[in-house]
Design a protein around this ligand. Structure first.
Ligand SMILES: *[C@@H]1O[C@H](CO)[C@@H](O)[C@H](O)[C@H]1NC(C)=O
Ligand SMILES: *[C@@H]1O[C@H](CO)[C@@H](O)[C@H](O)[C@H]1NC(C)=O
Length: 232
């Protein structure tokens, strides 16, 4: 097989990107509801899991308006039964956030645990930098634990022009009118860190060949962990 110079350059760039990729090492212990929402949004709603950090804090409010969170669904709709704080995925702090975000009402302590970890992680990023997401200590977040499960528990929702509606499990690119509660997600790939803790790599792109072993991930306190193996 022959490679052109451009293809070779491409390969070099891709491998550099893989090695340099920044990953958020999300500890779900105190933010199970928000982790659960992220797992549902990525796996069942095909929301992007490679996110682009937007350092412009003034852009967050408008994104919360577009996602619907600013219409306080967690105090004035039935969805408030799972918490009083509106969580959105993709986050309001990334370029992918805003319209069409998947919402879940969580406890405000979960919102602040997630928010605190993210803002500490963001100190490592430059504006416009992309990052991936690993979750750990996700036991109890059922959409993370069992990614085949995409049946809406009644608390995953999204904004409409007026009001809110259950987020359906089908791919958005499919037929929007059809509820397909039997849609099955693809299990997330699982990895072991050099701290002996298992993590899920959030992705809906089935690319088993992508190199993740060897990558470094960073948690909200700046602690770095190396991914040592894939768990099957
Ligand atoms: C930050 O976001 C706000 C709201 O979207 C926008 O008006 C402003 O121009 C942005 N600032 C920069 C520097 O991009
Ligand atoms: C959730 O956290 C964000 C910051 O991470 C904050 O701006 C927002 O007000 C919080 N929402 C509630 C309802 O606590």
């Amino acid at each position: 097989m022959q490679f052109s110079l451009f293809q070779l350059l491409g390969l070099v760039l891709v491998s550099l990107t893989v090695v340099e990729a920044l990953n958020f090492d999300w500890d779900c212990t105190r933010s199970l509801g928000t982790c659960n929402n992220a797992c549902f949004a990525v796996n069942c709603k095909r929301k992007p899991s490679k996110l682009t950090y937007d350092a412009n804090k003034s852009a967050r409010g408008p994104r919360r308006t577009r996602s619907g969170c600013n219409r306080t669904p967690c105090s004035n709709t039935k969805y408030k039964a799972s918490g009083n704080s509106c969580d959105e995925f993709p986050f309001a702090s990334v370029k992918e956030g805003g319209s069409g975000a998947i919402l879940r009402c969580v406890k405000s302590s979960e919102n602040s645990s997630e928010g605190g970890q993210l803002s500490a992680f963001y100190k490592k990023l430059k504006n416009g930098e992309k990052f991936g997401i690993f979750v750990r200590n996700f036991k109890g977040a059922k959409y993370c634990e069992n990614a085949r499960l995409c049946r809406n528990d009644g608390f995953e929702f999204k904004a409409q022009r007026r009001g809110f509606i259950n987020a359906r499990a089908e791919d958005d690119g499919f037929s929007a009118a059809d509820t397909n509660d039997n849609f099955e997600g693809v299990p997330f790939r699982k990895f072991m860190g050099n701290d002996g803790v298992e993590r899920l790599f959030l992705s809906n792109v089935n690319d088993p060949k992508s190199t993740i072993v060897g990558e470094t991930i960073t948690d909200g306190e700046g602690k770095e962990v190396k991914i040592t193996s894939e768990v099957f």
